[in-house]
Design a protein around this ligand. Structure first.
Ligand code: ADP
Ligand code: MG
Length: 245
């Protein structure tokens, strides 16, 4: 697998002050691959996502997207964040703008699309996430699951090469989780490269090519879902799985 690497981390180390939060991380995500990252709270999953689109800097190691090192600053950075979209637990929609405007905004500013072109693309994407009829509403008029689907449409509007998801369903009421996971499943089937931090083991089993298990800032296991769930190798993973399954 990973014959065509899109995201590559080599010997990445990150500290928060004294805290060594990412330790010798080596990870390759191939084009079209879905990698699910799991692990106990505080193990560094969010930090890993944030380093990949350079919301955080690293102290040592290398990160490359599509063969190019991460840009340090400026225009390259905005370009990177368009190419590697991120979907957070909290959807961060603009409350005073319509759903359509939320999806169009970065297309105008970052992609420099004309308004009618951006709005047309936004409507296509809202259709894709099942929200075509909600384009003119405001975020507060939508459920949490619908808002998260708008956030996914907004990320897709940048035509990203990859999407990072950091616990996208953790803030949702249980009955809304599946509608978001179904959109993510469809993206996976359509070939989107995805790194997904989630506690949804059903999603990991059905959508992931690989499961990466983290503990204490290290990647402890990096295997197929079948191998990981049926025969975890490390005591840390066995312990973690016994608590959540
Ligand atoms: P996870 O997402 O797996 O729960 P995080 O990546 O959020 O883990 O955090 C990893 C560790 O880094 C934790 O010990 C957390 O308290 C710490 N941490 C996260 N963000 C910061 C920060 N901005 N400053 C200092 N410590 C942080
Ligand atoms: Mg986290």
């Amino acid at each position: 697998m990973a014959v065509d690497p899109l995201i590559e981390l080599r010997d990445v180390n990150k500290y928060y002050g004294q805290l060594h939060v990412l330790r010798d991380i080596n990870l390759t995500v191939g084009r079209g691959e879905v990698v699910v990252v799991i692990g106990p709270s505080g193990s560094g999953k969010s930090t890993l996502c944030r380093t990949i689109n350079r919301l955080e800097t690293i102290e040592s190691g290398r990160i490359a997207i599509d063969g190019r090192p991460l840009p340090e600053e400026g225009k390259g950075l905005a370009q990177l964040r368009a190419e590697v979209g991120m979907v957070f637990q909290s959807f961060n929609l603009f409350a005073h703008r319509t759903v359509l405007a939320n999806v169009s905004l970065a297309q105008l500013k970052v992609r420099k699309r004309k308004k009618d072109e951006a709005d047309r693309r936004s409507r296509e994407l809202l259709e894709r996430v099942g929200l075509a009829s909600h384009a003119d509403k405001f975020p507060a008029q939508l459920s949490g699951g619908q808002q998260q689907r708008v956030a996914i449409a907004r990320a897709l509007a940048m035509d990203p090469k990859a999407l990072l998801f950091d616990e996208p369903t953790s803030a949702l009421d249980p009955e809304m989780i599946n509608e978001v996971l179904e959109v993510m499943q469809q993206l996976a089937r359509d070939g989107m490269t995805m790194v997904v931090v989630t506690h949804e083991m059903g999603f990991a089993r059905s959508a992931a090519n690989r499961v990466v298990f983290m503990a204490d800032g290290r990647i402890v296991e990096d295997r197929t879902p079948e191998a990981f769930f049926t025969a975890p190798e490390s005591d840390r993973a066995k312990d973690f799985l016994s608590k959540i399954l």
